[in-house]
Design a protein around this ligand. Structure first.
Ligand SMILES: Nc1ncnc2c1ncn2[C@@H]1O[C@H](COP(=O)(O)OP(=O)(O)OP(=O)(O)O)[C@@H](O)[C@H]1O
Length: 266
């Protein structure tokens, strides 16, 4: 396991400033969640950490990232993987024309260790996701969305990460499949990998994480333990879809007193 420390990260795309001054910590062995709406900067944050922002025509212009106290913010993307920080990008992005087995093999490229370590990693991936062993010779593009997410996770695990960066692993999945993926993330963490999890599904993220940060327009607006954030009115209203009871009562009273209001919702 490893700890990751992000300090004062500033990043953007040309004139677009996507991260303003973001600091966060992933303690050794923790699952840390980053919540936020569309465009808040969540994917940019992971890309900035994994050093892949350049592939999206973006750049980090300030701040630092330390892995176990060692500065890693000047490494190349490939060296970041070798150092143990591996990202699963949003939208899975498996190699659709390649077989499941070849996708997994590709994940081991650039990882430390030799054949024996890769074989052990593959065995672990197959225990975690037996379907990837059953479908080893099938083209990845033929897998269901949930299975592709398993493959994307499995491919990242082939690099034997110490810190896993997950970008919206539940996106577009049916609730049962999202729950299965969440379970897998928990198992991966329990087996010794720290996790930084970006999610729009705040309920799922707060169940998995010990601490969480809320990003708003490129800045950390709130942070705390997952329990305290799950209990906060603002998070409940904005990210957990819980209706503010007082506001709902007020609306009900207003509707009764001014029936014309009802026409708007008719
Ligand atoms: N490749 C890009 N080129 C230019 N601007 C970009 C690019 N990617 C993201 N942005 C902009 O940077 C800001 C942050 O986007 P980012 O994708 O990091 O947000 P997000 O929180 O991950 O959102 P979502 O949940 O919608 O993926 C937004 O204003 C977005 O429009």
């Amino acid at each position: 396991m490893a700890s990751l420390e992000v300090r004062g990260l500033v990043a953007g795309y040309g004139p677009v400033r996507a991260l303003r001054d973001v600091s966060l910590e992933v303690p050794d062995g923790a699952v840390v969640a980053v919540l936020g709406g569309n465009g808040a900067g969540k994917s940019t944050l992971l890309r900035a950490i994994s050093r892949t922002l350049g592939f999206h025509r973006g750049a980090v212009t300030g701040g630092s990232v330390h892995l176990d106290g060692r500065p890693v913010h000047r490494l190349s993307a490939a060296r970041m993987v070798a150092a143990g920080v591996v990202q699963v990008p949003e939208g899975r992005q498996v190699f659709a024309r390649m077989t499941v087995a070849d996708n997994l093999r590709a994940g081991a490229l650039g990882a430390p260790g030799g054949r024996r370590e890769a074989a052990e990693a593959l065995a672990r991936v197959h225990v975690l996701f037996p379907v990837l062993a059953e479908r080893a010779r099938q083209r990845a593009g033929l897998l269901s969305g949930g299975e592709q997410q398993m493959l994307a996770l499995g491919r990242a695990l082939m690099a034997r990460p110490r810190v896993l960066l997950l970008d919206e692993p539940s996106l577009g999945l049916a609730p049962l499949m999202a729950a299965r993926i969440a379970e897998a993330v928990q198992e991966i963490n329990e087996a010794g990998t720290s996790v930084l999890l970006v999610e729009q599904n705040a309920a799922l993220a707060l169940r998995l994480a010990s601490t969480a940060y809320v990003l708003e327009v490129g800045e950390v607006a709130l942070s705390g333990t997952a329990d305290s954030l799950a209990a906060s009115d603002e998070v409940r209203r904005r990210y957990l879809g819980v209706v503010d009871e007082t506001a709902a009562e007020d609306a009900g009273r207003a509707e009764a007193a001014h029936p014309v209001l009802r026409r708007w919702s008719a």
